[in-house]
Each structure stands twice: as structure tokens, then as C-alpha cells.
Design a protein around this ligand. Structure first.
Ligand code: FES
Length: 74
């Protein structure tokens, strides 16, 4: 599964939604951070990097494009 963010208007990013800590699904995007509530890891909504552990590896990026107002993954 994938989590899609919009760090700036019209700038969409997508990442795997599987947390790199123990594999829970991330469940929220708040204040430009992607959040895994299993153990509290937080990732950048811009580049998927770890902001707060216990995760140590970033969320992997996924390709996302916007055309005619529609998001396409892959
Ligand atoms: S599985 Fe996400 S913080 Fe542990």
C-alpha cells in the first residue's frame, strides 16, 4: 500500500505505507510528518526520511504523477 502526501500545493509525493520498523501500516499525515502509531516513528512527508525513531530507515518512494487533476501511481 501507499501513502500520498502533498508537502506543497500541487506537489504530490508517494511512499510505501509499510513502516520500516516492524511493518505496521502508517496511519496518519500530520504537520508534514507521516506517522506510524505502532511505536511512534515519524517520517518526512517530503522525502520519507526518518524524523523520529525507532525506525531507522526511510519510507521507500513510489512514483506519482498528476495529469488533468488525477493522481496516477506507478
Ligand atoms: S512498526 Fe512503525 S514504529 Fe514500529
Amino acid at each position: 500500500m501507499v501513502v500520498v502526501t502533498q508537502p506543497a500545493a500541487g506537489d504530490f509525493k508517494a511512499f510505501t505505507s509499510t513502516c520500516t520498523h516492524w511493518g505496521c501500516q502508517v496511519t496518519a499525515v500530520e504537520n508534514d510528518q507521516i506517522i506510524c502509531r505502532c511505536h511512534g516513528s515519524r517520517f518526512s512527508a517530503t522525502d520519507g526520511s526518518v524524523i523520529l525513531g525507532p525506525a531507522t530507515l526511510p519510507l521507500g518512494p513510489k512514483a506519482v504523477t498528476v495529469k488533468d487533476g488525477q493522481l496516477t501511481l506507478g
